[in-house]
Design a protein around this ligand. Structure first.
Ligand SMILES: Nc1ncnc2c1ncn2[C@@H]1O[C@H](COP(=O)(O)OP(=O)(O)O)[C@@H](O)[C@H]1O
Ligand SMILES: [Mg+2]
Length: 253
């Protein structure tokens, strides 16, 4: 397998203390990689480096075989950011308009949309099972539905790699599982390479093909099966989730 992203000895610091240090990671074409790590372990920072939004102080990063400074084909990468439910009830755009932003980068231009582009928007909506919501205002949808629309917006430019940073935050457990199912399907049926950052270790590892554990550097990178078989690792990296469940139980008492 060839790798889409190759990170070598990367170091990144906001202040004088590195947040990422000597980090090595390669993402293989066709894989569905789950990136896990405690709060503050550098997951979002690594994503920012991969998206070219943060410039590492040391190390190299190559995308689709080109060094990141020379890479310009950003349409090959789709990104869905951390915050779910970002559209409030009054947000002045329909689902169709939000997805068309994936083609034009701003709302408004949809008025001049060509038939070919209209079809692309509907295809992306169909992929995520939201084609019947095209004319609905985005703000009226549930968090899980909005997240599907954001996936459609990321897919409309037909990326080869889709990066998602904690996409299920604020979404109920049933919708989250459906969401992971959809991602698994995109990976298997469309050959889309996926990088998924998630806190939801227990559930997420059932859907991904590979897992990488991050805490300043990569401590493990292997198959989801090997991750789950290593009880020390799965306990250590699943700890946050267990703690949250525990806290909820405390509240329920
Ligand atoms: N803009 C910033 N300026 C300074 N420190 C930051 C900034 N963003 C994140 N950090 C710090 O970097 C560390 C890693 O953060 P982040 O990459 O967001 O972790 P994660 O996504 O794993 O929770 C944290 O200690 C965080 O406080
Ligand atoms: Mg984060």
């Amino acid at each position: 397998m060839s790798s889409i992203i190759e990170v070598n000895n990367l170091t990144y610091q906001y202040t004088d203390i590195p947040v990422l240090e000597n980090l090595n990671l390669s993402i293989e074409r066709g894989s569905f990689l789950g990136l896990v790590g405690p709060n503050g372990s550098g997951k979002s920072t690594l994503i920012k480096c991969i998206l070219g939004l943060a410039k590492p102080q040391a190390g190299t990063l190559s995308m689709f075989g080109s060094e990141i400074n020379r890479f310009s084909e950003w349409g090959r990468i789709g990104y869905v950011s951390q915050r779910a439910n970002r559209f409030n009830a009054g947000f002045p755009a329909t689902v169709f308009e939000v997805v068309s932003m994936g083609l034009f980068g701003q709302v408004g231009l949809f008025r001049f949309i060509k038939k070919k582009d209209r079809n692309k928007v509907y295809d992306a909506l169909q992929t995520v099972g939201m084609e019947n919501f095209a004319k609905q205002p985005i703000g009226k949808l549930s968090g899980g539905q909005q997240q599907r629309v954001l996936i459609a917006r990321a897919l409309v430019s037909e990326p080869e790699l889709l990066i998602l940073d904690e996409p299920t935050v604020g979404i109920d457990a049933v919708s989250a599982r459906k969401f992971y199912d959809l991602l698994g399907q995109l990976n298997r049926e469309k050959g889309l390479t996926l990088l998924l950052v998630s806190h939801d270790v227990g559930t997420m590892t059932k859907y991904v093909t590979d897992v990488a554990c991050l805490n300043k550097t990569i401590h493990f990178h292997g198959t989801a099966h090997d991750f789950e078989a290593d009880k020390n690792l799965s306990t250590l990296y699943g700890y946050d989730v267990q703690q949250i469940i525990h806290e909820h139980e405390e509240i329920a008492k």
